[in-house]
Design a protein around this ligand. Structure first.
Ligand code: GAL
Length: 376
């Protein structure tokens, strides 16, 4: 009996070793994604920076029971997008109770970009202050000389305080409707007031709310921050300063009162595409698609880019990032999270190729795929 137990344990060890050492040659959406030690990658709500021949994935470290930040932002690297090496913690939470990023705060959707001029890696993320739910609605900025970190926390704030969006009309700027005029939300009058910038005006002095977010660096090196603002009712797209460390005050509103979260953006043949989700917390909903010829808009909404079974819930996931495949022309990977709020660490990665039909991005479910799909 004892011997057979030992034998069983031995076989188990060998098996787990061989699993961790196994080289992957495909993407398996929704499956466990083992890192180089065989442990499920812990970098949720993440984004990618391609640098010096490698993809670097940055994401939220999640715990067994809590989604709050007790570790920080993690980093993984990969040369092929299939096999990921754990590069450790890029930005650590602080143990100083006075720090914005004290252990137990909420650090979500980190994204890292590289500034060619300053040679710095710049990280933005959505920050919520410890014990204050989701009311802070701030963007936070950290910086590092090395891609994998350690990143130094700089500051957090609500962006563009004192500036009106470029696409707000004078009538909207001078309108007087305010939240206290409305007994109920979601009435047609409330919706119109929201479209007309009631929340933008409310937050003018203190800065615009900033929750779900992404970053985008255009071909000319200009960087943009795209975020759910105005109580998650309206997206905003804002220009960053040349060093990427602040906002310039130039921004637009996109899809006012459209209730979009989880923005992910890419550019193909000169057209900007953005995939977002609706607002249902950790529960999935149908993806939305927008396009624009100019990053400053106008942005046009299209039908759900997901098609086939499960499309109405984006295959049980929520967008986080879209990564161009390096070395392939106009090839893009849609990256999304299948959240598991009762066991946050187990959330799965739904990475799918973006296909194009009639000039528009299309997402189709695949159990298994590899980058050769882009050669067809
Ligand atoms: C989602 C959002 C996530 C997280 C979650 C909290 O809608 O996309 O990043 O904030 O809500 O409930």
């Amino acid at each position: 009996m004892k011997n057979s137990k030992l034998l069983f344990a031995g076989i188990f060890c060998l098996l787990s070793l061989s699993i961790s050492a196994q080289k992957l040659n495909a993407i398996y959406p929704g499956a466990i994604l083992p890192d180089d030690t065989g442990i499920h990658v812990n970098a949720h709500g993440g984004g990618i920076l391609y640098h010096d021949g490698k993809y670097y994935l940055f994401g939220e470290h999640k715990g067994e029971k809590s989604s709050a930040a007790f570790v920080g932002v993690t980093c993984y690297s990969s040369e092929d997008f299939y096999n990921w090496i754990n590069e450790g913690v890029a930005l650590s939470v602080s143990d100083d109770p006075k720090s914005d990023i004290v252990s137990g705060s909420v650090i979500e959707r980190p994204k890292v970009i590289y500034n060619e001029k300053t040679k710095k890696f710049v990280m933005y993320f959505h920050l919520e202050l410890k014990d204050h739910g989701y009311e802070a609605a701030r963007v936070a900025i950290a910086v590092s000389d090395n891609i994998t970190g350690p990143y130094k926390y700089l500051k957090s704030y609500r962006p563009n305080a004192g500036y009106y969006p470029l696409n707000m009309t004078d009538v909207q700027k001078n309108a007087t409707a305010k939240l206290s005029d409305f007994k109920d939300w979601w009435t047609p009058e409330w919706r119109q007031a929201t479209i007309d910038g009631m929340f933008t005006r409310r937050d003018l002095a203190g800065g615009q709310m900033s929750r779900d977010m992404t970053l985008y660096v255009d071909d000319d090196g200009k960087a943009y921050h795209i975020y759910s603002s105005e109580e998650n009712l309206t997206l905003q797209l804002a220009e960053l300063s040349d060093d990427y460390l602040s906002h310039t005050g130039k921004y637009i509103r996109i899809a006012p009162a459209g209730h979009n979260e989880a923005p992910a953006i890419f550019k193909k043949d000169g057209t900007y595409f953005m995939i977002t989700s609706g607002c249902t917390g950790w529960a999935p909903n149908a993806a939305r698609l927008f396009s624009a010829d100019n990053i400053w808009g106008p942005w046009t909404e299209h039908p759900n880019p997901a098609v086939g079974e499960g499309a109405d819930l984006t295959f049980n996931s929520q967008s986080t990032f879209i990564q161009p495949v390096i070395g392939k022309k106009e090839a893009f990977i849609f990256m999304a999270d299948r959240w598991t709020p009762k066991h946050p660490i187990d959330a799965r990665y739904i990475w799918l190729p973006i296909q194009f039909e009639n000039g528009l991005p299309v997402l189709k479910w695949l159990d298994k795929w590899d980058l050769s799909i882009f050669e067809n």
